[in-house]
Design a binder for this molecule. Structure first.
Ligand code: IPE
Ligand code: IPE
Ligand code: MG
Length: 235
């Protein structure tokens, strides 16, 4: 593993992934979309494992967007079922690997069973000090910016909104902005994801569909990132 780490010279602190292509993966095989989501869980497992092995501090995953409510009811309910099971099944592995689960997004709108499972896992893993696995659920970038402004204004009605105050009230306030954003499935767009936080993020797009994305694909993205020169507007 040490040797593997050496080939990635510059390790990102925070990697975020737009996990996309589950439906197409299933369709290609004549399966239901939900089978694609099910298969994608193995990719979550592999990516989390590699992040923990390499010592990546934050891995955030876009699991359900505000816009995804527009999907058929059966797909949405199927997804909740898969998530409830996955969180329950994976909690012991998270404990074993010292991984802390966090979930950001508008959780009040989610099923009660899912909320319960999420809060239990968050609580159980809250003292783990290794990789933070952050699941973005019922999340959108515009939602996050608006809720940040509203909460700030509630608490500080007489102060002007500044970049610093917005950043402080975003759901991701105590997490550094992503260094690397990976999107699978060949789509090259942000889809209302972390709009504020990706202002200076490096983007990596791969045609690999999410259920096929495994450690070598993740490693490739990290190697490409490692070669990027980040200038932040300077020369
Ligand atoms: C990503 O895969 C998973 C979620 C958005 C929940 P998709 O379900 O978007 O798969 P495609 O894009 O239809 O192939
Ligand atoms: C983005 O994927 C949302 C998640 C991965 C959770 P979508 O499949 O919903 O995005 P669009 O509709 O192709 O932009
Ligand atoms: Mg998609």
């Amino acid at each position: 593993m040490e040797q593997n780490r050496e080939s990635i010279l510059k390790l990102p602190t925070h990697v975020t992934i737009i996990m996309d292509g589950n439906g197409r993966w299933a369709k290609k095989r004549g399966l239901e979309r939900l089978n694609g989501h099910q298969a994608g869980i193995e990719s979550v497992r592999a990516s989390t494992e590699l992040a923990a092995e390499l010592g990546i501090k934050y891995l955030s995953l876009f699991a359900f967007s505000t816009e995804n409510w527009g999907r058929p009811k059966e797909e949405i309910e199927g997804l909740w079922g898969l998530m409830i099971k996955a969180i329950g099944d994976e909690t012991p592995t998270l404990m074993k690997n010292n991984i802390r689960l966090r979930v950001f997004g508008d959780l009040e709108g989610m099923s009660e069973n899912l909320q319960k499972q999420i809060y239990e896992c968050i609580e159980r893993t809250s003292h783990n000090t290794g990789t933070q696995l952050i699941v973005m659920l019922n999340y959108s970038g515009k939602w996050d910016i608006v809720q940040a402004c509203n909460r700030f204004k509630n608490e500080h009605p007489d102060e002007p909104i500044t970049e610093e105050s917005v950043a402080r009230y975003l759901s991701t306030a105590d997490v550094p902005d992503p260094d690397l954003m990976i999107r699978t499935s060949g789509e090259e767009r942000i889809s209302n994801y972390m709009l504020w936080q990706t202002a200076y993020t490096e983007f990596y797009f791969t045609p690999v569909l999410w259920p096929d994305f495994r450690k070598p694909d993740f490693r490739k993205a990290l190697e490409v990132y490692s070669q990027r020169e980040r200038r932040y507007g300077k020369v």
